[in-house]
Design a binder for this molecule. Structure first.
Ligand SMILES: *[C@@H]1O[C@H](CO)[C@@H](O)[C@H](O)[C@H]1NC(C)=O
Ligand SMILES: *[C@@H]1O[C@H](CO)[C@@H](O)[C@H](O)[C@H]1NC(C)=O
Ligand SMILES: *[C@@H]1O[C@H](CO)[C@@H](O)[C@H](O)[C@H]1NC(C)=O
Ligand SMILES: *[C@@H]1O[C@H](CO)[C@@H](O)[C@H](O)[C@H]1NC(C)=O
Ligand SMILES: *[C@@H]1O[C@H](CO)[C@@H](O)[C@H](O)[C@H]1NC(C)=O
Length: 368
């Protein structure tokens, strides 16, 4: 009898337990679903096609910070856009962290390709993984996980946000006591974590890699920065350190071939990935960004919650917007680039020539 009652009680208890577990699961599911919906709702509300128009941050209720990866081409205006962020308060900025892996190269999924001619060589997958991991470590603020060659180059360049300069000082001071390095890494990791947004500029990857990065870092957004290839070539020719010479036609031709090849494949990946990630990828033409102060200001507002422009930022905008400096920064390729080079570029990548018919078809919009 006693035994029977005990059993009944036990079974009853078990049933209750099952009921409770079931109820909790259902509740969890409902909550999870609604937060997910909330997330997608807010995200699609925030970012409209802002960069094509003049409208500055339309929805102020949405407060979500967004990390930024500036993707572009050598002499393609990425430094200028990076300068918008570099010294801006609350930004943890890292200048070209992939530079030490490949100066005039970029990585596809399987190879390392030259930026100045069209050849590629196969590389060990481990190296590509290391390159990508460098970026994920940065965006997750695990600076201590970066390979020392990356850290050394960032410190040497001194083009990243001031936190890096302080980090370099900290390392120098603690050289004698290497145990102190831990403290320096802790400090910079903290600055990175507390920053409103983390920004890097990356030229040395094929766009297809953005897939993995966007998947890995849910707060990451990519600015795909394009520039008229004629202006890029002109700027490369006028830049002392860039090894291309106007009078050495083969170097010019191979530069154009490689640039056009990369632009085409990047843009294909972009179109594919934009369907998957929507507003997390923004295509911008640098020529357009500098045309209007409103568009430039979007760069400050679009990715940062409740940000008020600082004097420093204001001064920089004025500097860029000043027409004389604008000319100096961008050069006027119409005046300096040889006609047969422009003809060659138009032949090679007409879909990136603003105003052309191929451009119109490629981007499904007109330039003006
Ligand atoms: C790739 O490189 C790593 C070390 O750099 C090495 O251990 C590995 O064997 C290499 N793999 C191939 C397929 O060569
Ligand atoms: C490096 O950058 C810091 C600011 O981030 C600046 O104070 C310092 O003068 C720079 N050093 C050199 C050598 O340019
Ligand atoms: C750290 O020391 C190196 C070499 O001694 C020097 O070149 C560099 O400027 C120092 N960095 C800082 C931030 O003081
Ligand atoms: C490269 O790899 C990514 C995954 O990391 C994949 O999504 C993409 O389709 C690959 N791209 C190409 C061109 O094979
Ligand atoms: C452009 O013209 C120069 C002479 O002015 C010539 O040497 C060169 O081969 C031409 N390049 C092309 C791509 O036609």
């Amino acid at each position: 009898m006693d035994y029977y009652r005990l059993c009944k009680k036990y079974i009853h208890g078990k049933r209750m337990l099952v009921m409770i577990v079931l109820l909790v699961s259902v509740c969890c599911l409902i909550i999870f679903k609604s937060t997910r919906e909330y997330k997608t709702l807010t995200l699609s509300h925030v970012t409209r096609k802002i960069f094509n128009g003049e409208n500055i941050r339309t929805n102020t209720e949405v407060k979500r910070n967004k990390d930024v990866l500036i993707f572009g081409y050598m002499r393609g205006g990425t430094t200028l856009v990076a300068d918008f962020y570099r010294n801006s308060p609350g930004v943890f900025f890292v200048f070209e962290p992939l530079m030490p892996y490949a100066y005039y190269h970029y990585f596809t999924n399987t190879s390392r390709c030259f930026m100045r001619h069209t050849q590629c060589v196969n590389v060990n997958r481990t190296q590509i993984v290391e390159v990508i991991t460098t970026l994920t470590s940065l965006y997750s603020c695990n600076i201590h996980k970066l390979p020392s060659l990356v850290i050394d180059e960032i410190l040497k360049q001194n083009k990243s946000s001031p936190a890096w300069f302080n980090f370099g000082k900290c390392l120098n001071d603690s050289k004698a006591a290497s145990a102190d390095n831990k403290k320096c890494f802790h400090q910079i990791n903290q600055v990175c974590r507390k920053a409103d947004i983390r920004v890097t500029k990356v030229l040395r990857l094929a766009f297809t890699h953005m897939d993995f990065l966007l998947m890995q870092s849910p707060d990451l957004h990519v600015i795909y920065l394009l520039r008229d290839p004629r202006a890029i070539l002109n700027s490369r020719i006028l830049t002392d350190w860039f090894p291309v010479s106007e009078n050495d036609t083969p170097t010019v031709i191979s530069n154009v071939d490689s640039l056009c090849k990369k632009m085409k494949s990047d843009h294909l990946s972009f179109k594919y990935l934009q369907k998957k990630y929507n507003e997390r990828i923004q295509l911008m033409w640098i020529d357009r960004v500098t045309e209007s102060e409103g568009t430039m200001m979007n760069l400050f507002y679009n990715y940062r919650k409740s940000y008020t422009m600082q004097t420093k930022d204001r001064e920089f905008l004025d500097f860029v917007f000043d027409r004389k400096r604008n000319k100096w920064l961008f050069g006027d390729w119409h005046k300096t680039l040889k006609t047969n080079y422009t003809v060659y570029i138009i032949k090679k990548c007409s879909q990136f020539i603003p105003g052309s018919e191929a451009y119109h078809k490629n981007f499904q919009m007109s330039w003006n």
